[in-house]
Design a protein around this ligand. Structure first.
Ligand code: ZN
Length: 208
């Protein structure tokens, strides 16, 4: 009977020495997804995250960032705004694997993410190697396409207070020092100076 044959194979496999087992090929999990109107649903998000031994939230964060969209976990599903075809999602999933799961030394997926002296490392359980890992960052702030110019008016949210008491805001790669503005305010400001990525401005109007 087929069943017995399978059992036999399984038993034979169990008896193989560890070294041989290690070479069993890792099968890349396949993401299952479907486009439903204006959203895309990844139906097995939690399952694939489990297969690669990573928290679903970590994978979700990565996929959303890479696909440049918003979304959330709903039970087993990841629901994302926008229409994404399976190969597109699969490609991002595989780049996640390459960066955060597969051992760069031996290619095995049996890795853990550990922290040592504030450095995040990918530690391989199979070969013992350790590699520093680039932490997953939030979506980069879009860069301004044009260089700001003196006299130009910009609207910014003041998020910090500078050393000289100026309000400090960030806009793309630029840091804006707004004199007369306070932390928490949203202001319209006129640019009075540009030094590299530092912009100096004065308040024209406090919006709220
Ligand atoms: Zn390894």
């Amino acid at each position: 009977m087929n069943y017995d044959y399978e059992k036999l194979l399984e038993k034979a496999y169990e008896e193989l020495p560890e070294k041989v087992k290690e070479h069993k090929r890792f099968e890349v999990p396949q993401v299952q997804s479907i486009i439903q109107g204006k959203v895309t649903v990844v139906q097995n998000l939690v399952e694939v995250a489990k297969l690669i031994n990573r928290p679903p939230e970590m994978l979700v964060k990565y996929l959303l960032r890479e696909l440049g969209t918003a979304g959330s976990l709903e039970g087993q599903y990841l629901i994302m705004k926008g229409q994404f075809r399976q190969p597109q999602i699969q490609e991002k999933f595989e780049s996640f694997l390459a960066q955060y799961v597969l051992c760069p030394e031996c290619g095995r997926p049996d890795t853990r993410i550990i922290k040592e002296d504030r450095i995040t490392l990918l530690k391989c359980e199979a070969c013992g190697s350790r590699h520093p890992l680039g932490a997953i960052r939030a979506a980069p702030v879009p860069k301004r396409s044009t260089k700001p110019e003196i006299g130009e008016e910009i609207t910014v949210q003041i998020t910090q207070t500078g050393k000289r008491g100026d309000g400090v805001a960030k806009l793309g790669e630029y840091i804006i020092y707004v004199s007369g503005a306070r932390e928490g305010q949203r202001v319209k400001a006129r640019i009075t100076g540009v030094q590299g990525t530092r912009i100096f401005a004065t308040v024209v109007e406090v919006l709220r």
